[in-house]
Design a binder for this molecule. Structure first.
Ligand SMILES: Nc1nc2c(ncn2[C@@H]2O[C@H](COP(=O)(O)OP(=O)(O)OP(=O)(O)O)[C@@H](O)[C@H]2O)c(=O)[nH]1
Ligand SMILES: [Mg+2]
Ligand SMILES: [Zn+2]
Length: 311
C-alpha cells in the first residue's frame, strides 16, 4: 500500500479503472465517487490516495498543459479527449494497406495544430512502396517532401524491416507523444519496434475491406527506456474536429499563416474573396494546390454550429 497521498500519471483508462504510474509502481485506481470517470485520460497527472489491497482512488486531477481531442461521432458538440499533457502527436499513415491519403493527413495535421501541439508525420510500411504498388517509393518521397517543405518533421518507417525506427525513437526521446492515425497503419507495431520490451496487440488488415480491424481499443501510455512516454491510440474510423471554427481553419494550415497577413479583407476566408493572399500564394506555387484544395474541402464541411464536422 502506498503510504499517503501521492502524485501519478494515468497510463491507461478503461471501463472506469485507471492504471496510474507513481513512485511506488503502477497502481490500479478508481475515480472518486461522484467524479466523471470519462474526464480522466492517459497523460493526466493525478493525486491518488491509498486504498486496501494495493489499490487507489483518484482524488484530483491537475490542470492540463495540453489536450488532444476529437469530436465524438454522431454528436455535435461532444469532445473526446484522447490524451492529456502531450508535447507532440505523431500522425501515422501507411504507404499502402491501407492506402496513403493526403486528405486524411491534412485533417489530422489541422487538428494537431488546433490543439497547439507539435506534429510529426510518419509514413510507415515503406517496404510496401514498390513499383508493384499504387504508390512507388519515388512517388511517396515526392508526397512526403510537400510536408517537409512546410516545416514538419517527416519520418519514413517500416516496422517490418526496422528501417527508420532509429529516427522515430530519437523523435520520441524525452517527450510525451501520441501515435495517432487510421486503423491498420502500424501504430502498435511501431511502438513495439521502438521499445522491444513492450508487448502490444497488432492485427491483420481485413482482406475484404482493405482496412484495419481496430485492434487497439483503448489508449495506453508507454514509458520509453530513453526517457519520455508514447501513447498507443486506437485507430479512428472517423476523425472529426472538435470545434475548429471556419475562421480558425486557415491558421491550422501552417503555411497559410504568413500569406493570410496580405489578404485585403481581415475576415477573408480564402475562398473567392478579391485580394486574397492565400490564393495568390497558390497561384504563385508557394502553397501546394493539393493542400489548398483540402482546405476548401474542409471549409465545405461546416455544420450547423459553424464548426467543422467533416469525418
Ligand atoms: N508490411 C508491413 N506491415 C506492417 C508494418 N507495420 C505494421 N504492419 C502490419 O500491419 C497490420 C496492422 O498493424 P497494427 O500495428 O496492428 O496497426 P495499428 O495502427 O496499431 O491498428 P489499430 O490498433 O487497429 O489502430 C499488422 O498485420 C502488422 O503486422 C510495416 O511496416 N510493413
Ligand atoms: Mg494498434
Ligand atoms: Zn485570403
Amino acid at each position: 500500500m502506498i503510504p499517503c497521498q501521492s502524485e501519478g500519471i494515468v497510463i491507461q483508462a478503461s471501463s472506469g479503472l485507471f492504471q496510474v504510474e507513481t513512485d511506488y509502481g503502477v497502481i490500479e485506481c478508481m475515480a472518486r465517487a461522484g467524479a466523471d470517470p470519462g474526464a480522466i485520460v492517459p497523460g493526466d497527472r493525478v493525486l491518488i490516495s491509498p486504498q486496501p489491497a494495493g489499490r487507489g482512488v483518484i482524488e484530483s486531477l491537475m490542470p492540463r498543459k495540453t489536450r488532444f481531442s476529437r469530436k465524438v461521432a454522431g454528436r455535435r458538440q461532444d469532445e473526446q479527449v484522447i490524451a492529456a499533457n502531450l508535447d507532440q502527436v505523431i500522425i501515422v499513415l501507411a504507404a499502402a494497406e491501407p492506402p496513403f491519403k493526403e486528405t486524411t493527413l491534412d485533417r489530422y495535421l489541422a487538428a494537431v495544430e488546433h490543439c497547439g501541439l507539435d506534429a510529426v508525420v510518419c509514413i510507415n510500411k515503406t517496404d510496401l512502396a514498390s513499383a508493384a504498388n499504387p504508390v512507388s517509393a519515388s512517388d511517396l518521397a515526392g508526397r512526403a517532401e510537400v510536408y517537409a517543405r512546410i516545416g514538419y518533421m517527416v519520418i519514413m518507417t517500416s516496422a517490418a524491416t526496422g528501417s527508420g525506427i532509429d529516427p522515430l525513437r530519437q523523435a520520441l526521446e524525452g517527450r510525451v507523444s501520441a501515435l495517432v492515425g487510421p486503423s491498420g497503419v502500424g501504430k502498435s507495431s511501431l511502438i513495439c519496434a521502438v521499445s522491444p520490451g513492450v508487448s502490444l496487440d497488432t492485427g491483420e488488415i481485413s482482406a475484404s475491406t482493405g482496412k484495419g480491424r481496430h485492434t487497439t481499443t483503448c489508449s495506453r501510455l508507454i514509458k520509453l527506456d530513453n526517457g519520455g512516454y508514447v501513447a498507443d491510440t486506437p485507430g479512428m474510423r472517423e476523425f472529426g474536429f472538435h470545434q475548429i471554427s471556419r475562421d480558425e481553419l486557415a491558421w491550422c494550415f501552417r503555411e497559410f499563416r504568413v500569406h493570410v497577413e496580405s489578404c485585403k479583407f481581415a475576415d477573408c476566408r480564402h475562398i473567392k474573396e478579391p485580394g486574397c493572399g492565400v490564393r495568390k500564394a497558390v497561384e504563385q506555387g508557394l502553397v501546394s494546390l493539393r493542400r489548398y484544395e483540402h482546405y476548401l474541402r474542409l471549409m465545405g464541411g461546416v455544420g450547423p454550429s459553424n464548426h467543422i464536422v467533416v469525418c
